[in-house]
Ligand binder design. Structure first.
Ligand code: 3HC
Length: 712
């Protein structure tokens, strides 16, 4: 193994072997190319360039990582005087007459891959992953990636413009490629089983002085392919801003020579980095990574390993949760005393995996493994040795307490007992056991095997180890785990109740369900509050409302009227809308409009005809923001970004608005606060500005993370 250790404290190590200079990025944890690291790398490149004894330069990374790309923190900062960016590094490599080799062990992402693409050769290892994920930050690759990847792939895969398609897809999806496919596509030249740096040095010696510049390649892109690509991505104002710009930049790779193309790319990058969608995506990137940081917990507290899980209840939710465990490679037993229910559960699991195979998403062998990982049983003795049990039975406190008391006796003493309740009091559930420190809420969202959100609910006595284990488990299950305090509805549903409340009041005042839903869809949600109520079940909402804490203002009774008529939503073919058999598309129902008008009349409300989409969006969103602020003040949510994650990953809030609390910052918290104060006078006393909203209005925002777009 070549000794390529960086000098202590240096961001880039430099060693010479056989006339080949090896530069090692050392900026843990992901060797991000910060201004400082890029400046250090550029300095080492210049030193190698000035040394006539050096014929080739190898660039590699330490800690089993090549580089995670430009440092996203730098997007908010200006470089120090004389500081350089990854773009300067790429330009220096491009200018050089010497041979450059990227020795990629681990991941080369974004600017990291762009440095590697500027090199003449790229060597990988079986652990290599390469990707240009900038689109996920609302950006395009900004250091030559949009110009080099299409040139490289189009040249290596000329048949039917296959290479261009690959490049488009890879950058539009932002998903990294593993070593083998990357080699197959031609992104890396060789997969090295042993010491990749040693092999790169040998290659450098052999090839010293030869150039293999991707920038010199000429390619063509057929115009219909460009038009097709534009047609396949969302409109610019619906999250597709960067995607359309990316396609423009890729088109430039064919239309223009490298120098002009890369200048076009830089101009587009500058435009994107200060755009609201990109700022929202960057906010979300950091918010997601903050989710697991829980103040007050000892940093050396280790999560317990979960090797065996159990789920109580073979309903849709229970089997969905079981499949989440099976997908993560954790064997799981589902307990249901009702043999018919268990049979339906077993069928649900088998059918779900069979459909994955049919859709080509999984091979048969894997599907068989997953089906086998989910066992069904009818008694608790089958799960005595489970490390975690998740209860997913009927949403009734009495039943849940019974289940927990029985589990407490049946399951080993150090196992975690979790409830999938969406609203009920975790402390009361825990009181049925002798181990409240092991009791936690794990609120999965339906369908559990699809939705990304997992609320981890901390009761008054939930122990720190239970929390860290639950948060680590969320990660293992590939869910976004968000810690919530134990309040009715936790974070997500608690905010939802206020959002739906306002949507219902809008109906009473003169709006129609279709008008409200269309306005909310116009804002970017995949469905409006009423189609969502129909999907979740109006009966479910009705029952939750019976258990909700009492409030000192009037609630709309429109949902009650629908409930009384047996209009439970999609499952009964009618709710706020009607549904043709087997279809999910909501249809306007004049009967509902009559019911609503009768409610307005009963309440003596004069219906207005001047309700605009803007009023609908503002009232529903401000309700979300105000309740979000209330939960922050009450300590139920840790951070505004946690609430943003809940709404983006659990409720379809459009990512490009960054979540309700981030969106509030972009609108101006003071504006929202002032409006709520006015609404209290005009709309009623349910509009109470939360203390935390008032505080943020004074401070200017909820989240102190402005994106100045300095990295441009
Ligand atoms: N810049 C700054 N910090 C970064 C970073 C980056 N590019 N990538 C990761 N990090 C940080 C994370 O914030 C996190 O910090 P924390 O521990 O303080 O919370 C730490 O590295 C570890 O990250 P993860 O928790 O995400 O660790 P994983 O191992 O799960 O994932 C990863 C590692 C795959 C690199 C993932 O972090 C990732 O996808 N990062 C973003 C990669 C990216 O988008 N690169 C493009 C940047 S933009 C660019 O290059 C512009 C150029 O084209 C000009």
């Amino acid at each position: 193994m070549l000794d390529t250790q960086a000098r202590p404290g240096a961001l880039v190590g430099a060693d010479t072997h056989d006339g080949v200079r090896v530069l090692t990025l050392t900026n843990p944890p992901v060797n991000a190319l910060s201004f400082k690291t890029s400046t250090a790398l550029l300095r080492e490149i210049e030193a190698a360039e000035a040394d006539p004894a050096i014929g080739a330069v190898v660039i590699t990374g330490s800690n089993g990582f090549f580089s995670g790309g430009a440092d996203i923190n730098d997007f908010q900062k200006a470089p120090e005087p004389g500081g350089k960016s990854v773009r300067d590094v790429v330009a220096a490599i491009e200018r050089s007459p010497k041979t450059y080799i990227a020795a990629i062990d681990g991941s080369a992402l974004g600017g990291g891959l762009e440095v590697a693409l500027a090199c003449d050769y790229r060597l990988g290892t079986p652990a290599t992953k390469v990707g240009l994920p900038e689109i996920l930050l609302g950006l395009i690759p900004g250091a030559g990636g949009t110009q080099r990847l299409p040139r490289l792939l189009a040249t290596k895969n000329p048949m039917n413009f296959g290479g261009i398609q690959m490049a488009l897809q890879m950058m539009l999806e932002g998903k990294p490629k593993d070593a083998k496919p990357a080699k197959g596509m031609g992104i890396i030249d060789e997969i090295v089983e042993g010491d990749v740096v040693a092999r790169a040095v040998a290659l450098g010696k052999e090839k010293a002085g030869t150039k293999n510049r991707i920038s010199a390649l000429k390619i063509k892109i057929p115009p219909p392919m460009v038009a097709l690509a534009h047609g396949m991505v969302p409109p610019e104002d619906r999250g597709g801003f960067a995607a359309h710009k990316l396609i423009d930049a890729i088109e430039a790779a064919a239309d223009l020579d490298y120098a002009h193309g890369v200048a076009r790319e830089a101009r587009i990058f500058r435009e994107l980095i200060t755009s609201l969608p990109s700022q929202s995506a960057v906010h979300l990137f950091f918010a997601e990574r903050e989710l697991g940081k829980i103040p007050g917990l000892a940093t050396d507290l280790k999560p317990k390993t979960i090797e065996k899980a159990a789920v109580i209840g073979a309903g849709t939710m229970g089997t969905g949760i079981a499949m989440v465990f099976a997908n993560a490679g954790i064997p799981v037993s589902v307990i249901d005393v009702n043999p018919e229910q268990a049979e339906r559960g077993r069928k649900n699991v088998a059918d779900t995996y069979a459909s994955q195979v049919k859709k080509g998403r999984m091979n048969e062998e894997k599907a068989k493994e997953r089906v086998a990982a989910v066992q069904f049983a009818d008694a608790y003795d089958a799960i005595a040795d489970a490390d975690i049990v998740i209860e997913a039975v009927f949403e009734s406190m009495a039943i849940k307490k019974e289940v927990f008391a029985a589990l407490d006796k049946a399951v080993k003493k150090d196992a975690i007992l979790a409830s999938n309740t969406s609203t009920l009091d975790i402390d009361e559930i825990a009181s049925a056991t002798s181990r409240p420190e092991k009791v936690v809420g794990l609120h999965f969202f339906a369908p559990a095997n699809v939705m990304q959100l997992l609320e981890v609910v901390r009761g008054a006595k939930t122990g720190p180890e239970t929390i860290v284990t639950s948060m680590a488990l969320a990660k293992k299950l590939k869910k976004k785990g968000v810690l919530s305090g134990n309040a009715f509805g936790f974070i997500g549903n608690r905010m939802l109740f206020d959002y739906v409340r306002e949507a219902l009041f809008l109906l009473e005042e003169g709006a129609t369900p279709m008008q409200v839903d269309n306005a909310i869809k116009g804002f970017g949600f995949p469905m409006g509050p009423f189609a969502m109520s129909d999907l979740s079940g109006i009966d479910v909402f009705y029952k939750i409302a019976q258990e909700a804490p009492k409030v000192d203002y009037r609630q709309s009774e429109i949902s009650h009227r629908l409930y009384e008529l047996g209009r439970y939503g999609q499952k009964t073919g009618s709710g706020f809308f009607t549904y043709e058999p087997g279809k999910r598309e909501p249809q306007r129902d004049e009967e509902v409009e009559r019911i609503v008008a009768a409610e307005s009349a009963r309440l003596g409300i004069t219906r207005r005809t001047d309700i605009t989409d803007e009023e609908i969006v503002n009232r529903c969103m401000y309700a979300l923001v105000n309740e979000g602020a209330q939960l922050l003040g009450d300590g139920i949510a840790l951070r505004p970004g946690d609430e943003d994650a809940v709404w983006i990953f659990g409720y379809g809030f459009p990512w490009y608005h960054g979540g309700p609390m981030w969106w509030a910052d972009t609108v101006g918290v003071k504006k929202i606060y002032d409006q709520i104060v006015t609404w209290r006078e005009t709309l009623g006393k349910h509009w109470v500005p939360a203390p935390r909203l008032e505080e943020a209005a004074k401070n200017g925002s909820f989240s102190p993370r402005p994106n100045t777009g300095a990295f441009n």
